[in-house]
Design a protein around this ligand. Structure first.
Ligand SMILES: Cc1cc2nc3c(=O)[nH]c(=O)nc-3n(C[C@H](O)[C@H](O)[C@H](O)COP(=O)(O)O)c2cc1C
Length: 200
């Protein structure tokens, strides 16, 4: 029996449960630059630094992207309120699912998989890649599923413009490779990716 406890203790030390989940701090809903200034600065950047984002920036960005701004509805609209889009992110430490209802990141795969999120060099070292996964069984139509991605992507663009971060939405990625990496069932598809980081 003691051996069993020892084994359990060792496995918890090697794979601490805490590392499987990142509890995000409450998003700051009041900060940021005025909208017209943000729109003036909105642009795509590709010249990223490796510098990490803070947990607060990660929290704010994910909430701005597709978080809940009311009990059951989000910062981005969806046709018929299907809420078919979910976000995954790659950090240096692993791939995480953004659990928007609990505002936390749930690790689905440990390790640095950033390189797999795109063909452009910066994808491999940029601190954050967001992966847009749409559930096409939930969506009203494929057309609307893609439309929904646009709103979320623009939310990320606007947050980055406000925060002085760089971002670029990316259609260049290997759809099959990413779906396999995320263990997606056939009705869930990766529709877009987006990189975020500080600019050189
Ligand atoms: C659906 C979509 C896919 C895109 N895919 C890529 C991409 O794979 N790689 C990239 O560097 N930029 C990509 N972009 C960014 C565009 O190149 C960029 O928005 C365009 O050049 C205009 O520049 P701006 O965003 O600074 O206004 C994409 C943009 C959209 C809307």
């Amino acid at each position: 029996m003691n051996k069993l406890f020892l084994l359990l203790f060792i496995s918890l030390m090697v794979h601490p449960l805490a590392s499987q989940e990142i509890k995000l701090p409450v998003a700051d809903r009041e900060g940021g630059k005025p909208l017209m200034e943000v729109l003036s600065n909105r642009k795509s950047d590709r010249n990223f630094q490796e510098k990490e984002l803070t947990l607060q920036q990660l929290s704010n960005l994910l909430w701005a992207a597709n978080g809940f701004n009311r009990d059951d509805k989000r910062t981005a609209p969806t046709a018929n309120n299907r809420q078919e889009l979910e976000l995954y992110v790659t950090l240096k430490s692993g791939i995480y699912f953004y659990d928007a209802s609990n505002h936390l990141l749930r690790m689905i795969k440990e390790g640095d998989h950033r390189k797999s999120t795109g063909m452009q060099d910066f994808a491999a070292f940029v601190p954050l890649n967001v992966i847009f996964v749409s559930d096409l069984e939930k969506a009203s139509s494929e057309h609307y599923a893609y439309t929904g991605c646009g709103y979320v992507s623009q939310n990320i663009y606007l947050y980055c413009a406000s925060e002085g971060l760089g971002t670029v939405v990316r259609g260049s990625f290997n759809k099959e490779e990413l779906a396999k990496l995320l263990n997606l069932p056939p009705h869930q598809q990766v529709l877009l990716t987006q990189s975020v980081g500080y600019i050189k």
